[in-house]
Ligand binder design. Structure first.
Ligand code: NDP
Length: 287
């Protein structure tokens, strides 16, 4: 008979606020589906206690990894032993994995986006021209992964000039991609040579489901791949309007599930069922 083992492996998310973060729903569903004795928990950690929280995690051998959300994604860098290459370029970490006593920082958001692009749309980013709406954390992660995967040209369209130009500077200095900033003034017209159009702003997120980015929807054409980072609702007004123009679409729920699946694999070494994860989250979002 197997030895009894009452020790669960713990992963979770450090954030503040963190009560509404639904990541545990998909991770716990995936643990259960594989019969793993792992548990994902939300930990409310204030900005000034992050160092203590990481120390506590280090002290507990069965605390196997953690996600970071607001306000910890940049602050956590100082407490880690190693930062993965793309997370170094992005300058932020959303996932920590453990190798023995070493804590390694990763960023899975852009990787989740890339996997959705490859697995669900069969797109290779190499040589493409991507137009990214937004220049915040999600835009940064996506633009860096696209650039590192060989995107030829990246256009950053953003409302605030400062953030947009900072992202273009980062891409230009740290990746081989050609990057340019376009100030977002009035309806943005998508350039006809573009391959990808990505909404990486928070426009359209529940409960503001009637909002859509201010673009000239007539400039969307069949052949363009239109992607949204908004996971809830998955079928945003932005994607619906793009689909009406004949474009292929990728939703933010897929990206969210894939970035979680990548973290799951980093923590457990096993491949989770993305179907189980997607179903669990979609049910949570009322889909
Ligand atoms: P940030 O606050 O870092 O950035 C928000 C971006 O949206 C900025 O570029 C901001 O522009 C822009 N923006 C917001 N409102 C408007 C508006 N009314 N008009 C024009 N631009 C606007 O947020 P994050 O990047 O962290 O998150 C953005 C979204 O991505 C969130 O909704 C989040 O849920 C989603 N997300 C999804 C993930 C997934 O896996 N599907 C993963 C991570 C995030 P400005 O600089 O001018 O303020």
């Amino acid at each position: 008979m197997a030895e009894p083992n009452y020790m669960l492996n713990i992963v979770g998310v450090f954030g503040f606020p963190v009560a509404e973060n639904p990541t545990g729903v998909m991770q716990n569903a995936a643990f259960q589906a594989l019969g793993l004795n792992w548990l994902y928990l939300n930990f409310e950690v204030r900005a000034e206690r992050l160092g203590d929280a990481v120390l506590g995690m280090r002290a507990m051998n069965n605390f196997r990894g953690v996600n970071l959300t607001i306000p910890h994604k940049v602050a956590v860098l100082q407490y880690l032993d190693e930062i993965a290459p793309s997370a170094q370029v992005i300058g932020a970490v959303n996932t920590v994995r453990r190798e023995g006593d070493r804590l390694i920082g990763e960023h899975t958001d852009g990787k989740g986006f890339m996997r959705a692009l490859g697995d669900d749309a069969d797109i290779d980013a190499a040589g493409t021209h991507a137009v990214v709406l937004g220049a915040g954390g999600a835009a940064r992660a996506i633009a860096v992964e696209l650039a590192l995967a060989g995107a030829r040209r990246i256009t950053i369209v953003n409302r605030s000039r400062e953030r947009g130009e900072a992202l273009v500077r980062l891409l230009t200095e740290k990746t081989p991609a050609q990057a340019e900033f376009v100030p977002w003034q009035g309806a943005y017209c998508v350039p006809q040579g573009a391959d990808l159009l990505i909404n990486a702003t928070s426009i359209g997120l529940f409960p503001n489901v009637e909002d859509a980015p201010d673009i000239d929807y007539d400039s969307i054409f069949p052949g363009l791949i239109v992607c949204d980072v908004i996971p809830n609702p998955p079928n945003t007004l932005f994607l619906r309007r793009a689909a009406e123009r004949g474009a292929a679409t990728l939703d933010g729920l897929g990206m969210l599930v894939y970035q979680g699946a990548i973290a799951f694999k980093m923590w457990t070494g096993q491949e989770p069922s993305v179907e189980v994860m997607r179903r669990a989250l979609a049910a949570e979002f009322g889909g």
